[in-house]
Write a protein that binds this ligand. Structure first.
Ligand code: ARG
Length: 463
């Protein structure tokens, strides 16, 4: 095989080219539209640059370049954009196409830029879009849980600690408790979003260039909150925002895996509090009776994988020398894979929760006397017994039962026990408006930012 010619290298050994290019020709397809957007902002800024004897590109040329970038982006949206191995990545594929169509103008668009700041911009634009979509899916899942909680009303559910029966709870409390944990994960996603929402463009290879680049201008055109001030810092930030996103996703997935695990347990025949719709269960090739919760088991597995991706990202960055290193290219599939796994999990869980059925009688039947023990002791307190004495009276009865002796223990009605707890956030004190308000506020802020990002993209690419 002959050595291959690329835009940057006159000759590269084909095996070395294949190894270094890796999966970029496929992965970078997700970045193509964002790459066109970044380039459109860069070329616009170049055409406005003051203090040069002669403009690098004229206003007319910038407009022509933007038009062509819009066409390339439209091809990419239709899945008709191709990255060849000789291109190495999306950046040089776009430059090649621009040069094929615009001649010398195509050769000018990379002026004052490096693929290092270019890819960092692409990744951040792509990430912002994806994080906002993941946040929407997070809110949707929380809303499904809240609605499921509202629908099941105060069906009593045995609350557990150490997995042992503990105190009266309700399906509503269980569902909205998970919803609240999931809504809290928006905070981590937002932290990742803020780290992604800063502009590295103009840092070039990580040290700036001797041209009067207007980094504020590209920041405004690309709808970033601010430029990353220090050019070296901008190059160092590559990988860091990917790792921060993966850490948010890993934590989100850990929360989702606990929801999945509760659903697996509570839908086991031995519990049977919940029932998964039959079409959400998978069978066995040998055991005809099986309706297995594979979907929820795979949620646990995906959670483990995302944690692995986070570990991979941090390990990759660990002790890497300052400035760009090619290792950073491998951060790309890590964060893309993490987003893919997390977003698919959010969507399938919303569907499972929507289909989940409650067996209220099985839930009530599970209330063994011990579940009321604390409430019974507190009734003694209401009658004047000091707490610790009341505790020991009840404790002695249950200790006797535990040892197989006879003892009289008081029991209660599960529904009454659930209704008797009324302070904020307990079984009789769940306020659904809190969830609805949080969900609404989150969706409003998400759609505002998605709108701004896509408006900026349309303005630059005319799409
Ligand atoms: N595909 C490369 C990456 O993701 C683009 C940057 C290449 N830069 C370089 N100096 N070789 O990192």
């Amino acid at each position: 095989m002959k050595n291959r010619k690329t835009i940057t290298d006159s000759t590269v050994d084909p095996d070395v080219l294949a190894y270094t290019v890796g999966d970029d020709p496929v992965l970078d397809l997700s970045l193509a539209v964002w790459d066109c957007m970044g380039t459109a902002a860069h070329v616009t800024m170049l055409s406005e640059m003051k203090g040069l004897a002669r403009p690098v590109v004229t206003t007319r040329e910038a407009a022509a370049a933007r038009r062509e970038l819009g066409r390339i982006a439209a091809l990419a949206e239709k899945g008709k954009f191709e990255i060849r191995i000789d291109d190495q990545d999306v950046h040089m594929a776009v430059e090649r196409m621009l040069t094929e169509r615009l001649g010398d103008l195509g050769k000018k668009i990379h002026t004052g830029r490096s693929r290092n700041d270019q890819v960092a911009v692409d990744v951040r634009l792509h990430m912002k879009d994806e994080i906002l979509r993941a946040e929407t899916e997070t809110v949707t899942l929380a809303a499904e849980l809240q609605a499921f909680g509202a629908k099941s009303g105060a069906v009593p559910l045995v609350g557990r600690t150490h997995l042992q029966p503990a105190m009266p709870s309700s399906v509503e409390m269980w569902a909205t408790g998970h919803a609240e944990m999931i809504l809290d994960q928006l905070e981590n996603l937002e932290a990742a979003y803020r780290l992604a929402d800063v502009n590295p463009l103009g840092s070039a290879a990580g040290y700036g260039v001797p041209l009067p680049l207007d980094r504020r201008r590209t920041t405004e055109l690309l709808a970033f909150s601010r430029p990353i001030h220090n050019c070296f810092g901008a190059s160092m930030a590559r990988g860091e925002c990917e790792a921060a996103l993966l850490s948010a996703l890993a934590q989100l997935m850990a929360v989702l895996s606990r929801l999945a695990e509760d659903m697996i347990l509570f839908s086991m025949p031995e519990f049977a509090y919940f029932r998964l719709p039959r079409e959400y269960c998978t069978g066995s090739s040998i055991m005809p009776q099986k309706f297995n919760p594979d979907v929820l088991e795979l949620v646990r597995s995906k959670a483990a994988q995302v944690l692995g991706l986070q570990t991979a990202a941090i390990s990759l960055l660990h002790a890497m020398p300052g400035g760009y290193n090619r290792d950073l290219q491998d951060c790309k599939w890590l964060y893309m894979k993490g987003l893919d796994l997390a977003r698919r999990t959010l969507r399938i869980l919303a569907k499972v929760v929507k289909g989940l059925k409650v067996d209220a009688e099985k839930c009530r039947a599970a209330f063994t006397p011990g579940v009321f023990a604390t409430d019974v002791a507190l009734m003694k307190v209401a009658a004047g017994t000091p707490w610790r004495d009341a505790y020991h009276e009840v404790r002695d009865q249950f200790a006797a039962l535990y040892d197989g002796k006879r003892a009289e223990v008081a029991v209660m009605d599960p529904d009454e026990a659930v209704a008797a707890k009324t302070h904020e956030g307990t079984t009789g004190g769940i306020d659904h408006r809190i969830y609805l308000r949080r969900e609404k506020a989150a969706l409003k802020s998400i759609s505002g930012r998605l709108g701004a990002l896509h408006a900026a993209r349309r303005a630059l690419l005319g799409m």
